[in-house]
Design a protein around this ligand. Structure first.
Ligand SMILES: NC(=O)c1ccc[n+]([C@@H]2O[C@H](COP(=O)([O-])OP(=O)(O)OC[C@H]3O[C@@H](n4cnc5c(N)ncnc54)[C@H](OP(=O)(O)O)[C@@H]3O)[C@@H](O)[C@H]2O)c1
Length: 312
């Protein structure tokens, strides 16, 4: 059996359950590719799954390789693969129900993969798929944001928020973003028209009649967001499904999504990266073996842009 280095969990728990070890090297079946991973991004869902979040719903079995964001090189193509060949540089947010990308190799379905943007390296490419697809699917597929509309993006400096700001601006929307004081200049650089320091100002005191709220925080932030929407507007959450009865009280619509792999949207995002319209921001790069530190950083909830693990 061929092996590879990987980070696996054999039980749910804290960062200490992350084991850097040898694991079986997977082989692609029909319609699948084996990717030699060069970089894998860390997302909050990684440590949530590490802690046991949604284990019944997603149906993982242990040991499990975490990490669902990867940039690398196609090494083997399975039978029936038509769009890719050995040596292609690709990136993907693969199926979260299967083994992830904290490893030297990962098997993914052809339908989940797009060519990596040519203008950036694998580290920055790995920072894109999960967060940018989430922003795309929230703003466009669920929120139907259009040119001239006003959108409030919570946590505009985070992994998802930093892509959401850039995508909303590309769409021609007016963008209001929230972040703490230390990230005000960062979100202005991303392109927000109005930056709110949530530690100084309650956003609902200064923002009114927005068309779309993008909720990346949940809880109290979600509750306080209803009143800033215009009648008929939509609150799109990626954290917890907004209660329909609350939405009805404010004559607005609730939306929720869990990001799905989508190679067509990913290819469009790659094009926007190569034209310089959208940029990934990577705050921290760590070797794969330092994954525990990466999780601890992500769990602070203060990441600016993304954390990426360098695989080779
Ligand atoms: N449903 C889905 O498909 C899906 C997909 C992706 C992510 N998610 C979830 O969405 C959430 C955000 O993900 P992410 O990757 O963007 O997280 P992240 O990168 O860890 O977010 C960190 C950012 O949040 C900001 N922040 C923290 N508290 C804030 C507040 N009260 N108001 C405004 N900004 C605040 C921080 O800015 P400061 O340091 O300036 O405070 C920091 O830049 C996570 O819970 C994640 O699990 C869901």
């Amino acid at each position: 059996m061929q092996t590879m280095k990987a980070v696996r969990i054999h039980q749910y728990g804290g960062p200490e359950v992350l084991q850097f070890e040898d694991a079986p090297r997977p082989q692609p079946a029909a319609g699948e590719l084996l990717i030699r991973a060069h970089a894998a991004a860390v997302n909050p869902v990684d440590w949530k799954i590490r802690e046991g979040y949604a284990k019944e719903r997603i149906g993982h079995s242990l040991p499990l390789i975490l990490g669902w964001d990867v940039s690398g090189t196609v090494e083997v193509i399975g039978p029936g693969v038509t769009r890719f060949q050995k040596g292609d540089e690709v990136f993907t947010r693969p199926d979260i129900a299967r083994n992830g990308a904290y490893a030297e190799h990962i098997v993914v379905r052809e339908s989940e993969v797009a060519f990596k943007p040519k203008s950036i390296d694998h580290i920055r490419a790995a920072a894109i798929p999960l967060a940018a697809l989430t922003a795309w699917q929230a703003l466009f597929d669920t929120g139907h944001l259009s040119a001239g509309q006003k959108v409030l993006i919570h946590a505009a400096s985070g992994g998802v928020g930093s892509f959401a700001v850039q995508l909303a601006k590309w769409k021609g929307a007016r963008v209001i973003g929230t972040a703490s004081g230390r990230n005000q200049s960062f979100i202005m650089e991303l392109g927000v028209d109005e930056a709110i320091d949530y530690q100084k100002t309650r956003f609902e005191d200064v923002i009114h009649v927005v068309d779309v709220v993008f909720d990346t925080i949940g809880g109290d932030v979600q509750q306080r967001s209803w009143r800033v929407l215009r009648k008929g507007g939509i609150l799109v959450s990626i954290v917890s499904p907004p209660p329909p009865e609350e939405a009805a009280k404010y004559h607005v619509r609730p939306g929720y999504l869990f990001v799905q792999p989508n190679s067509t949207e990913l290819a469009e995002i790659a094009r926007l990266v190569d034209t310089g319209t959208v940029k990934p921001f990577v705050e921290t790069v760590l070797p794969l073996a330092e994954v525990r530190k990466a999780h601890e950083l992500s769990q602070t909830g203060r990441t600016r842009g993304k954390i990426v693990l360098k695989v080779v």
